[in-house]
Design a protein around this ligand. Sequence first.
Ligand code: MLT
Ligand code: MN
Ligand code: ZN
Length: 308
Amino acid sequence: MHIHVLGAAAGGGFPQWNCNCFNCDGLRKKTIKATKRTQSSICVSGDGINWVLFNTSPDILQQIQDFAPLQPGRAIRDSGIQAIVLIDAQIDHTTGLFMLREGQVKREIYCTDMVYEDLTSGNQILNILGHYCGINRHDVPIDGKTSFTIANVPNLKFTSVALKSAAPPYSPHRNDPKAGDTIGVLIEEISSGKKCWYSPGLGEIEPHLPELMNQADCIMVDGTFWTNTEMIDMGLMTKTARSIGHNPQSGEGGMIEKLNDFGQDKKVRKILIHINNTNPILREDSAERAVLNEHNIEVAYDGMDIIL
Ligand code: MLT
Ligand code: MN
Ligand code: ZN
């Protein structure tokens, strides 16, 4: 299985257009050891030709330009992207769909009922696409048991499950979480049996998740914030990381502690993705990055290839 990180940053990207935090300012001025990142998305293939896009970030056009396999060039209009799986309805994961409106072939969109509802009401993007390429919407099971395959994407199988995170700020039920607002997905390559767990929005590793996560050879999880109060401490927001659906890395119950439970009986890659520009782990020589290194936790970057 080939997993390609198209974008590793959280909403806003790194650097964020209006942000002068230590990281964003330092990246612009080249005074910190870090590289720029676009907004969170991966693509996955089981044959190297046909790809599933997970989320569609506002940076999708640049991301496609930077990854040639997504343009196989078999016809006058063509794409290696056969289908799109949306793990939530957040702006940074969906608004790139506007950029993929061209063509006569309908976009194949896989999402939950809750995400479909948000993307046809609070944010009408899927309705609007109906006036351009059109979409075929496919429901995604969220019981963590029923797996599904995607037409024209050979050799891959998917099992998704509802996660505790938060619906987007624009959602009518932002403060009233519903099953299916956010999902995690176990992606399996059928021929090799290799598996990757992907959950860029993960508020908590709830008891029903280890059963799926333990199967994975590679675990890619929410790397948004280092501390629960990161945005509050920097005067950027009044909400905690957990309250907006992102379990922080450090501290009790944090991602570092939780990830320790995985990979004890086999070698597992652990990778943080959807990293907010304020997060000190973006600085390659930071003390926080050193802590991750000690725990064999990697930090995703744009262009990262994971071959399982
Ligand atoms: C999130 O991950 O919490 C959202 O993408 C935040 C946002 O849209 O600004
Ligand atoms: Mn986000
Ligand atoms: Zn910043």
